[in-house]
Design a protein. Structure first.
Ligand code: ADP
Ligand code: SF4
Length: 689
C-alpha cells in the first residue's frame, strides 16, 4: 500500500470555501478539442477524476466574445447557451470527488478576434501578439470599457457557477491573460490609476477578484494564475515584482497558481528543462501569503512532489503533462504502485494538438483524447477476443505498446526482436543530446511486459516470411520500423537527388549506430522536426564544424508546435552552428554541397568533408510484403490475420507508433465496422432558421 513518505500528498486542503481531497492539482491544459469536441474533452477530464486528482481544471475558457484566439480551439463561455457543454465537463470532473475548476481568460493583446471580427481591447493600444503576427492592433480599454470588462468577468463567474464548477482560475500567466497585461509594464503603459505604480497596475485584478467573490465567493474558490517571471527583459513582470505583488495582495485570491514565464518556459520540453525547473523562482513565496500555492514543473517523481510540500515551497502539486501521460498518477502513488507510473517524457507532442488545431495525442498515453471518441481507458483494456495468440515482429514503440496492451487483454504474446535490446528507434534516440527522458517510452513498457506471464520476448530473432509461416501464430503484427533515406528524397526532392559518391554521406541511423563524420560537416534538413537540430548539437560535441541547411524559413520548423523552436535555434547559434535558412541542397558534389535559395534558386557552395542527410524514411515493410505475397499459405500455417503497424506502415513521430500499437491491440478480433467512422464525433447542432 501507500508509502508513508507520501502521506503528505494526500492531506486535504481548503481553497476558499471548498476543500480539495489531496494535493494533486491538474492545472489548466489545452487538448486541441475544446469547444469543437466538448464530450471528448469532458471524458478526458473525467478520467483524471477517476485517477485520483484532487483538483481538475478545464483549459482556458474564453469568457467573452470580444476576446478570442481563433484559430486555436479552446472553450467558450460567451452566453448561457455555452453552459450545458461546460456542465457536462464539471460533472465528469466531480464524478470521483475532484474539485471542478474553470479557467476564465480574457486574452486582450493576445486575441486577434479573427472569428468575431470585434476590435480587440487591450490594456494599452498595441499590435496583437500571437504566434502568427496578425496585422491587427488592439484599442486601449477606456474607463467605461474597464467597467464593462469587470461586469463581464462577474457574469462569466455566475455562469461558471451555474455550470457546476467549484473553482475559478483567473488567467494572468504565460503572457496570455489580461491580468498579466495589466500587471506588466511591457503591456501596461497607461497613465491613469490603472497604470504606473505596481499598486495601480494591480488595481484591476483587485477589483475583479473582489467583485467575483461578492457574486460567487460564498461557494466557489477563486484562484489567480500568474507567471513567476515574464522573462521578456527589463519591462517584464519580473520575479522580484511578482513577489512584491503577492506580498502587497497576500490574501487576494483563495490560492496562488504560479506558472513559469512564457508558455514556452512553463511547458519547457525535457530537451531544455529538468523536472521542477521553476523551484528557484517559487521558493520563499509561501512566506509572503497566507493562501495556498500551486506550482508546476513536469513533476513525475513522488519523492520530488513530497519534498516540494514538506519544504513548504508548494501546497499543491500542479501537473498538466504528467496528468496527461498518466491520468492515474495519484491513484498509483496511493496504491503503492510507483513502478506503474507512466512518466511524461517531456516531448510536447500533446501541445502540438493545440498548436495544429487538431486533437491532442500523447506519446506515452495513446488513449489521451480517445476516452470518449473510441471508448479507450488508460488503465483498462477491452476483453480478449476469439483468438489466443499474437506474434509481434519488432520491439520499437509500436511493437512494445502492442505487446503491453495485448497482454493486458489476455493474449499469449511472442515479441521477436532482431537486435539484442528492446525499444527500436527510442533506444537509439534516447542516446542523443537532450533526449534521454524519451527512453521512458521503453522503460515503462519493458517493465510492464516483464511482469506479464503471457509475454515471451525473443532477441536476436530477425524473422522472415518463411519463419513466420513456420511458427503458425494466429495473428501476426509487423512492427519492423523504418530507416532514414540516403538518397535525399523528402519534400524538396521527390526523386533521388544528384550525389557524388566520393562525398562521405551519413544518415541519422549511421550516426546513432556509431558511424560518425569528422571535420567540416553539412547537415541537410528536409525533415524539419527535431533530428537535424539534435544531430547538429551532437556533432558539435564531437568536435565537428557544423553547417545546417534547410529549405524552411525556420530551423527545425515543426518544433514551433512543441514550443521549442526558439530554444533550438538559440542553442545551435550559441554552439557556433552556421544556420542557413531558406536554402535547399540542389546537388552534393565531391567536396561541397550546392545550396539553392528557395526563392531565387541562386546557388551558394558550401565546402565540406561530409554530409548528413536528414530527409525522409523508408518503411521496413519487406517481411510484410513477402507474407502478403504468400497469403494462400496462411490458412495452412494457422494464420488468421497479418497487420503492418507503426513506422513500418508509415513513418512518423514516436507518438504515432505508440498509438498504432495501442490501436492494433484494441482492435484485434474486433467486429468489422465496414465503412463506418472508427471514432465518435460531435457535430454542431443546426440552427432552425
Ligand atoms: P516503430 O517506431 O514502428 O515501433 P522502430 O524502428 O522503433 O519502429 O522499431 C522497429 C524494431 O523492429 C527495431 O527494433 C528492429 O530491430 C526490429 N526489426 C526490424 N525488422 C525485424 C525483423 N525482420 N524481425 C525482428 N525484428 C525486426
Ligand atoms: Fe508528456 Fe509527451 Fe505525453 Fe505531452 S505528449 S504528456 S510531453 S509524454
Amino acid at each position: 500500500m501507500r508509502d508513508p513518505r507520501y502521506d503528505i500528498l494526500f492531506e486535504p486542503m481548503q481553497i476558499g470555501p471548498v476543500t480539495a481531497k489531496n494535493r494533486f492539482y491538474q492545472v489548466p491544459h489545452c487538448n486541441g478539442g475544446g469547444y469543437r469536441d466538448p464530450s471528448a474533452a469532458a471524458a478526458m477530464r473525467g478520467i483524471k477524476s477517476q485517477g485520483g486528482w484532487g483538483v481538475v481544471f478545464t483549459e482556458q475558457c474564453e469568457m467573452h466574445h470580444t476576446s478570442e484566439i481563433t484559430p486555436f480551439i479552446e472553450l467558450r463561455l460567451w452566453e448561457d447557451k455555452d453552459i450545458p457543454q461546460l456542465r457536462k465537463m464539471s460533472e465528469k470532473m466531480k464524478e470521483y470527488g475532484a474539485l471542478a475548476g474553470i479557467q476564465l481568460a480574457y486574452s486582450g493583446i493576445n486575441g486577434p478576434n479573427l472569428y468575431t471580427k470585434e476590435v480587440p481591447l487591450a490594456v494599452s493600444a498595441m499590435p496583437i501578439r500571437t504566434f502568427t503576427n496578425d496585422p491587427v492592433q488592439a484599442r486601449a480599454l477606456d474607463k467605461s470599457d474597464i467597467r464593462d470588462l469587470r461586469r463581464w468577468f462577474v457574469n462569466a463567474a455566475k455562469r461558471s457557477k451555474a455550470a457546476g464548477f467549484d473553482l475559478i482560475c483567473l488567467y494572468g500567466a504565460h503572457g496570455f491573460g489580461i491580468f498579466q497585461h495589466f500587471l506588466s509594464r511591457a503591456t501596461n503603459q497607461r497613465s491613469d490609476e490603472y497604470g504606473g505604480s505596481l499598486e495601480n497596475r494591480a488595481r484591476f485584478v483587485n477589483e475583479v477578484i473582489t467583485e467575483i467573490k461578492e457574486a460567487v465567493g460564498d461557494t466557489m474558490g477563486i484562484t489567480l494564475r500568474v507567471s513567476l517571471d515574464e522573462t521578456i527583459g527589463d519591462l517584464g513582470f519580473s520575479n522580484a515584482e511578482v513577489r512584491d505583488f503577492i506580498e502587497m495582495n497576500r490574501d487576494l485570491p483563495d490560492l496562488w497558481d504560479l506558472a513559469q514565464g512564457t508558455w514556452e518556459d512553463c511547458s519547457g520540453p525535457s530537451r531544455f528543462k529538468e523536472e521542477a525547473a521553476q523551484e528557484q523562482l517559487v521558493r520563499g513565496i509561501h512566506e509572503l501569503t497566507d493562501k495556498p500555492i500551486v506550482g508546476v514543473g513536469r513533476f513525475t517523481s513522488p519523492d520530488v512532489m513530497a519534498k516540494m510540500i514538506r519544504s513548504g515551497t508548494l501546497d499543491f502539486i500542479g501537473c498538466a503533462r504528467p496528468s496527461i501521460a498518466d491520468p492515474f498518477l495519484p491513484k498509483k502513488i496511493e496504491e503503492g504502485r510507483i513502478e506503474d507510473i507512466r512518466e511524461c517524457i517531456g516531448c510536447n507532442i500533446c501541445i502540438t494538438g493545440d498548436m495544429t488545431m487538431s486533437i491532442s495525442r500523447c506519446t506515452q498515453n495513446p488513449t489521451f483524447m480517445e476516452e470518449w471518441r473510441k471508448g479507450w481507458h488508460p488503465e483498462q483494456m477491452n476483453a480478449k477476443g476469439a483468438s489466443e495468440n499474437v506474434l509481434i515482429v519488432g520491439s520499437g514503440p509500436a511493437g512494445l505498446e502492442a505487446a503491453r496492451a495485448l497482454s493486458e487483454r489476455g493474449y499469449e504474446v511472442a515479441l521477436a526482436e532482431a537486435s539484442t535490446v528492446l525499444g527500436g528507434r527510442v533506444t537509439r534516440e534516447r542516446q542523443l543530446p537532450g533526449l534521454s527522458a524519451w527512453g521512458r517510452v521503453v522503460d515503462y513498457r519493458e517493465y510492464q511486459i516483464s511482469q506479464k506471464p503471457n509475454v515471451e520476448t525473443y532477441f536476436d530473432s530477425e524473422l522472415d516470411a518463411g519463419s513466420i509461416l513456420e511458427f503458425g501464430f494466429e495473428n501476426v503484427c509487423i512492427a519492423t520500423g523504418a530507416q532514414w533515406r540516403r538518397d535525399g528524397v523528402s519534400r524538396q526532392h521527390v526523386v533521388p537527388m544528384p550525389l557524388d559518391a566520393k562525398m562521405p554521406l551519413y544518415t541519422p541511423d549511421d550516426i546513432m549506430g556509431g558511424t560518425k563524420p569528422a571535420g567540416k560537416v553539412v547537415i541537410y534538413d528536409d525533415d524539419h522536426y527535431y533530428m537535424g537540430g539534435v544531430l547538429a548539437e551532437l556533432l558539435v560535441q564531437e568536435g565537428c564544424d557544423v553547417t545546417i541547411v534547410t529549405p524552411s524559413a525556420y530551423l527545425s520548423d515543426w518544433t514551433v508546435n512543441t514550443l521549442e523552436q526558439h530554444a533550438i535555434h538559440k542553442k545551435l547559434a550559441g554552439l557556433g552552428v552556421e544556420i542557413i535558412l531558406n536554402h535547399g541542397v540542389a546537388e552534393i558534389a565531391q567536396d561541397h554541397v550546392k545550396a539553392n535559395c528557395v526563392y531565387t534558386d541562386t546557388i551558394r557552395n558550401y565546402a565540406c568533408e561530409a554530409v548528413v542527410m536528414v530527409a525522409s524514411k523508408h518503411e521496413n515493410n519487406g517481411v510484410y510484403l513477402d507474407l502478403k505475397s504468400r497469403e494462400d499459405e496462411w490458412a495452412d500455417a494457422g494464420i488468421k490475420s497479418v497487420k503492418l503497424i507503426g513506422d513500418a506502415n508509415a513513418p512518423g513521430p514516436i507518438a504515432w507508433a505508440t498509438y498504432a500499437g495501442h490501436r492494433y491491440a484494441r482492435e484485434l478480433d474486433g467486429d468489422d465496422i465496414g465503412d463506418a467512422l472508427p471514432f465518435r464525433r460531435e457535430i454542431t447542432e443546426l440552427a432552425r432558421d
